[in-house]
Design a protein around this ligand. Structure first.
Ligand code: ZN
Ligand code: ZN
Length: 228
């Protein structure tokens, strides 16, 4: 089930574990033909970035670790710092084209959980959210979720250790927010954005893939390589 190329760089205890079956790892191993909507537009030593299928705003980016892990909250703190340094590099590059970015993660604690957007591989959403206020929107739409300000994404290790799913949000001003619960709806921040845009029924990326918008983003950036 697990190929040598997937596990060779993974050391025990760093939070980056063995996968069972993962579309994204398959994509990285076999190349874009297997899932052609995912075109890599930026790559660093540890991460790749692909335009999100189903973008609700232009320039919606997903950033994924090259090694398999279920969520960023499951990554050991020192390792997470290494990954986040790469996220910052990609974000800086990307916002030159699309403006200030809001980051968020739907953090599941188990495979095939509805929280994780249907992809069991950690991915951070980097979204040019413009005038949208995702924190206020999330508090309005999910009043039972308590968003607390936290120091950064490393705070997500706490709910993960307790077996709770989480939502992580980093607003444009660099402040981080976390809500943990065993009852988080699927694609929560996508629901928030669609709700704020007045089309609440169109949040689901599987039903509204907007591949024309993905293509427009790819054309705009000319498939940038952020390692330059
Ligand atoms: Zn994976
Ligand atoms: Zn997601």
């Amino acid at each position: 089930m697990v190929s040598a190329t997937t596990v060779q760089n993974i050391s025990p205890g760093d939070g980056l574990g063995v996968r069972s079956s993962c579309r994204f790892c398959d994509y990285l191993e076999r190349g874009p033909d297997d899932f052609e909507q995912w075109a890599i537009v930026a790559e660093t030593e540890h991460l790749v970035a692909v335009p999100s299928v189903g973008p609700l705003v232009p320039g919606w980016l997903l950033v994924l670790p090259k090694e398999h892990v279920l969520s960023f909250g499951a990554v050991a703190t020192d390792r997470l710092a290494v990954l986040m340094a790469d996220v910052y590099r990609i974000a800086e590059h990307w916002q030159d084209s699309f403006g200030p970015l809001t980051w968020f993660e739907h953090g599941p604690t188990e495979d095939r959980s509805s929280v994780g957007c249907g992809v069991d591989h950690a991915h951070l959403h980097l979204v040019p959210a413009g005038q949208l206020d995702l924190l206020a929107g999330a508090r309005e739409l999910f009043p039972y979720l308590a968003f607390r300000e936290v120091s950064g994404p490393e705070a997500a290790s706490i709910p993960v250790a307790l077996g709770h799913s989480y939502l992580y949000l980093r607003t444009e001003n660099g402040r981080s927010w976390l809500a943990a619960s065993q009852d988080i709806p699927s694609q929560a921040f996508r629901r928030v954005i669609a709700h704020q845009q007045g089309r609440p029924d169109q949040y689901d990326w599987k039903a509204f893939q907007r591949l024309d918008a993905v293509e427009a983003t790819l054309k705009l950036v000319g498939r940038l390589d952020s390692s330059a």
